[in-house]
Design a protein around this ligand. Structure first.
Ligand SMILES: NC(=O)c1ccc[n+]([C@@H]2O[C@H](COP(=O)([O-])OP(=O)(O)OC[C@H]3O[C@@H](n4cnc5c(N)ncnc54)[C@H](OP(=O)(O)O)[C@@H]3O)[C@@H](O)[C@H]2O)c1
Length: 251
């Protein structure tokens, strides 16, 4: 089992939800974590929290839909720590709407963040990841294979991430790069709460329970973080395609 102590991780979407929890877990294992997201104050609080517990973190405000920001994030990581061992492509947005109600701008926004950003960021970090024989951990979604109705755009981005994960694995696995995608079902984060609470009445009817009860039944960000850390520590050969399914309370 690989020790994470002293390793360097760049985590996107580190200011909240799953990315925050993965960052805290990585730091708790002794890794140096570069926390990337747009909300600087949240990143600074998380970095202070990590430092208060004896860990090491660099808050780095960036909009990863912008190429210049992606480059800045990679450069800042290498400048601060000299290497990159783990790239966690986690930042993402979700929406559920039939395609006829989705605007052209909404499609671009979701493709830019959920699909283009991980591809471009991985490209920029690849030489460092190959040098360290590191790990790319993509956060996909169970939606990518269940292909729920009215999630055409989201499903497209996450199915793209699955394909990217498998191809990257096939291309660079022999050079020592490990690549995984986590495919969680519903996770209790601001992302899912914002979406469910916007249509509370309909959603409670459909779920057949109050949302507060539903939140107690689904995955927690800590569950997802624990699975991610397991992949980094054990680098298991299975699943062969690198796609790690994490069932939640499915409806
Ligand atoms: N929650 C679920 O049920 C669920 C299930 C399956 C998969 N997932 C996937 O898990 C990942 C994390 O989701 P979550 O539920 O933790 O969401 P979340 O709580 O809304 O967090 C999203 C993170 O992404 C960051 N982000 C958004 N736009 C960004 C941008 N342009 N540049 C940099 N960072 C950006 C946000 O920070 P800032 O606003 O500070 O930039 C935030 O830290 C996503 O890829 C999502 O698709 C979630």
């Amino acid at each position: 089992m690989a020790s994470l102590k002293g390793k360097v991780a760049l985590v996107t979407g580190a200011s909240d939800g799953i990315g925050k929890e993965i960052s805290l877990a990585l730091a708790g294992k002794g890794a140096n974590v570069v926390l990337v997201a747009r909300r600087k104050e949240l990143l600074e609080q998380i970095a202070a929290d990590i430092k208060g517990r004896g860990g090491n973190a660099l808050p780095f405000a960036a909009d990863i839909t912008l190429q210049a920001d992606r480059q800045r994030a990679v450069d800042a990581t290498v400048k601060a720590y000299g290497r990159i061992d783990y790239l966690v492509n986690n930042a993402g947005i979700f929406d559920e709407k039939p395609l006829e109600k989705v605007s052209a701008e909404e499609i671009d926004r979701m493709l830019d963040l959920n699909l283009r950003a991980p591809l471009q960021l991985t490209r920029l970090a690849l030489s460092y990841l190959l040098k360290s024989k590191g790990v790319v951990l993509n956060v996909s979604s169970l939606s990518s294979i269940n292909a729920y109705a009215n999630e055409e755009v989201y499903v497209t981005t996450k199915a793209g991430i699955n394909g990217f994960t498998q191809s990257l694995r096939n291309s660079y696995g022999k050079q020592g790069l490990a690549v995984y995608a986590l495919l969680p079902g519903s996770v209790d984060t601001p992302l899912i709460r914002k979406y469910l609470e916007a249509h509370r009445v309909e959603n409670e009817k459909w779920l057949k329970m109050p949302l507060e009860e539903y939140y107690t039944k689904i995955l927690t960000p800590a569950d997802v973080a624990a699975k991610g850390i397991e992949m980094l520590e054990k680098r298991p050969a299975e699943p062969k395609n690198g796609l790690v399914i994490m069932k939640s309370y499915e409806f």
